[in-house]
Design a protein around this ligand. Structure first.
Ligand code: BYC
Length: 337
């Protein structure tokens, strides 16, 4: 959160220097040894300041993604095609709210307040996943989000279960279980459309066309352009590189698209017999950075929505504080009697 993309190259150089002069060498050695031995770093353990900042940045952005991520699907709650679909969608969206709460709590263990994190989101300093700046035009988009977006999220988050920071890694375990249900329900909804009428199949194909490339972008810039990866992987915050996870997602998803009888919108997609992996076309990185930097189709709407929710919820926060104050005053009075 302390960084901006523009500052990044400088940050990356400053990073190594700052880390090297980090406080007590004995503490630093104990920290390094624990990380190397696959131990978990806990909130009260000593940690390099840059490690803490990196975690605050990543975990808070992850929390914001879950929080903003409720909006594209929330748009369809009143229009879900059946009671069953509506019940599933509602419960999925509630899960996303839960994920953001676990993640904000995990970030708070690093000494940052929830108010500060939300303020950074609302004033545009903090990032959230690029994927949530695309619109959900038809019901098939909701199915595609479950299948592809939650599918991509699982690939990324299964890897993060082995993160060296205990509270983040434990939050990931539960989140992955829920994401797994989310991906299944999305695939099942997509299957119903793909095996439905010609119009429904067309809707499914068009949604795949819209969501395929943005889903690949979720994994972040290519490794050579990822300023944070090297240090984050050395500290075992990230366990796999952006490109490796993206490849894993493509390899996993293409057979699923084939089974649905849908075509992934990439003429260069091809199974490479030598590597056993699918080769795929170049991502439109200009689009990616435009979206990350606030210029996607829905960026402004999403942020405005979150700011409005914060403002409309002011009376709830005030009432909760007044109630807590009253309770504390009563307790004090009872103790004085
Ligand atoms: N979108 O050096 P890099 C969900 C930024 S929600 C926006 O590779 P890093 C769901 C990056 O932050 C799941 N920004 O960074 C919810 C960095 O900027 P700063 C969301 C992106 O951190 C509701 C810069 O680009 N998952 O599942 O090493 C409904 C350079 O990148 C993106 C997570 O948040 C992006 N796509 O690696 C349905 C996973 N990519 O901060 C589903 C946790 C990169 O230096 N996060 N940037 O200014 C991660 O695993 C890592 O942070 C990333 C990026 C792989 C995303």
């Amino acid at each position: 959160m302390a960084y901006t993309i523009a500052e990044k190259p400088e940050e990356a150089r400053a990073f190594a220097a700052e880390t090297a002069k980090d406080e007590d060498p004995a503490k630093r050695t104990a920290f390094d040894e624990k990380v190397a031995a696959e131990g978990k770093i806990e909130p009260r353990d000593w940690m390099p300041e840059k490690y803490r900042k990196t975690l605050v940045r990543q975990i808070s952005q992850h929390a914001h993604s879950e929080y903003v991520g409720m909006l594209p699907e929330g748009n369809w709650v009143t229009r879900a095609p059946s009671l069953r679909r509506k019940a599933i969608l509602l419960s999925k969206i509630q899960d996303e709210a839960g994920h953001s709460l676990y993640l904000y709590s995990a970030a708070e263990t690093l000494g940052v307040s929830r108010d500060a994190m939300l303020e950074a989101l609302h004033d545009g300093r903090a990032k959230y996943s690029s994927i949530f700046n695309y619109p959900t035009l038809t019901w098939a988009d909701v199915a595609a989000i479950g299948w592809l977006v939650d599918g991509a999220a699982i690939v990324n988050q299964v890897s993060l279960q082995r993160c060296s920071y205990g509270p983040y890694s434990r939050a990931m375990v539960r989140i992955c279980k829920e994401e797994s249900f989310h991906q299944r329900q999305g695939y099942e909804a997509m299957m119903a459309l793909a095996q439905g009428t010609p119009e429904q199949k067309k809707m499914a194909q068009e949604a795949l066309n819209r969501w395929w490339w943005p889903s690949l972008m979720m994994f972040g810039p290519s490794d050579k352009d990822s300023p944070n990866s090297e240090q984050s992987m050395a500290w075992r915050i990230k366990r796999d590189s952006n490109d490796d996870l993206r490849q894993r997602f493509v390899d996993m998803t293409i057979p699923q698209a084939d089974y649905l009888g849908l075509t992934v919108p990439d003429p260069e997609l091809k199974l490479n017999a030598e590597t056993g992996h699918y080769d795929f076309g170049e991502i439109d990185w200009d689009e990616f950075w435009q979206v990350v930097n606030g210029n996607g189709i829905c960026n402004r709407e999403r942020l405005q929505n979150r700011r409005d929710a914060w403002d409309k919820g002011a009376w709830v926060r005030e009432a909760a504080m007044a109630h807590a104050d009253k309770k504390a005053a009563r307790k004090l009075a009872a103790a004085a009697e």
